[in-house]
Design a protein around this ligand. Structure first.
Ligand SMILES: Cc1ncc(COP(=O)(O)O)c(C=O)c1O
Length: 373
């Protein structure tokens, strides 16, 4: 290895934490010599891609010789129609993670404060840090609900961006309407609210789930809601997310920053078709609801503290180092996400998978926890 390029790299980039994007299936298969692999680390939909999206993606292959629509017009219009907003208020990202990065590049200057929570989706910390922001992380409460008073206090000291997910990754709890509005009211005119609703479809049937778009549109704070086709729509590999912007100027700024053809043809076609596949979506949501309850009850029955989840994953405390337990699970072909942020290193996040994979996870966990550590 030749280290001569090291001095070229900006200090703030060299110092960034590395996002743990999980282990590829091939690695797990080769390294642990396992046949079946239960992929329960990435919050993917166990039903995978739906029939309509798969057909649309296949049809798009014939057109791959041509560039994609740089504006993703059909997809933006379809989303705008469903949401009752102008298509100028929608920006499509190569996954919603691209939009988080672009939002930080567009708005956060070095030294400015960005408030988020911990434990968190790590990109909510990495992308602001990349811009040189002071990232303030407010711990979730002991019962894994949002510490709204503390978040408001942290914002009160001047804040360029409040960036959090609800339902929250990794814990799964969500903000209710009054909590969301308290945060919106606490935001000054200089604060952008970025509400990451990657798990929106799973939570929207909950009785106290707030309609964030309606609530925030009635207020004064500039906001962006982020959603994705990666989770309930089963298109994680296609990389399509979208932002709903309160302000077309901000949407336009992201359009200038993104790469011109950021969403490929197959992805645009698949996402558009997935929007019409209510059967696939509804089956996915019903399965998730059933299996999440079953998994949560089983884990709680074993004495683990399980965070209340409205999403497609569960977060629970083991009382043992999560990396060791995850390693034991990997030997049985079960991939979960051991949490490594300080204060949560005895916690695991597990995706609600197929019934068979959930059973495999439960039996593997029992075996690992029974073994002496
Ligand atoms: C809270 C949250 N936001 C964003 C993402 C990124 O999703 P996408 O696949 O759309 O980039 C994830 C993925 O796990 C997530 O959990």
């Amino acid at each position: 290895m030749n280290p001569s390029s090291l001095p070229l790299i900006k200090e703030k980039v060299a110092g960034l934490p590395r996002y743990n994007a999980g282990l590829p299936e091939e690695y797990v298969r080769d390294h642990y010599q396992v046949g079946h692999i239960a992929r329960l680390a990435g919050n993917e939909n166990p039903f995978g891609v739906g029939r309509l999206a798969a057909a649309a993606a296949s049809a798009a292959i014939a057109e791959l010789g041509k560039y994609s629509d740089p504006e993703s017009r059909r997809l933006r219009q379809a989303l705008a129609d469903r949401l009752g907003v102008e298509s100028e208020a929608i920006v499509i990202g190569n996954g919603s993670e691209e939009l988080i990065a672009l939002l930080c590049r567009a708005t956060v200057r070095g030294g400015e404060r960005v408030v988020t929570v911990t434990p968190s989706f790590l990109l909510h910390e990495i992308y602001p840090a990349e811009q040189g922001a002071e990232v303030v992380t407010v711990p979730m409460r002991a019962d894994f609900s949002f510490a709204v008073d503390e978040i408001v206090a942290a914002m009160g000291q001047g804040c360029r961006m409040l960036l959090l997910s609800t339902p929250a990754n990794p814990v799964g709890s969500m903000l209710n309407g009054s909590e969301l509005m308290r945060l919106a009211r606490a935001a000054g005119p200089e604060t952008l609210l970025v509400i990451d609703e990657a798990y929106y479809e799973y939570a929207r049937e909950e009785t106290d789930h707030p309609d964030a778009l309606q609530l925030l549109a009635g207020g004064r704070a500039p906001f962006v809601l982020l959603r994705t086709f990666s989770k309930a729509y089963g298109l994680a590999g296609a990389r399509v997310g979208y932002g709903i912007f309160s302000d077309p100027h901000l949407a336009g700024a992201l359009d200038r920053l993104r790469t011109p053809f950021n969403i490929n043809r197959i992805a645009q076609a698949a996402a558009l078709a997935a929007l019409d596949d209510s059967e696939h979506l509804n089956q996915s949501l019903a399965h998730n609801h059933r299996e999440r309850q079953r998994l949560a009850a089983e884990l709680a029955g074993r004495g683990y503290q399980v965070a209340p989840s409205t999403a497609n994953f569960l977060f629970f405390a083991l009382g043992r180092d999560s990396a060791e337990v995850a390693e034991g699970l990997l030997r049985q072909g079960v991939v979960v996400k051991p949490w490594r942020q300080p204060g949560y290193q005895q916690c695991i996040r597990v995706t609600v998978g197929s019934r068979q994979d959930n059973d495999l996870f439960l039996s593997a966990l029992a075996a690992v926890m029974a073994a002496p550590n």
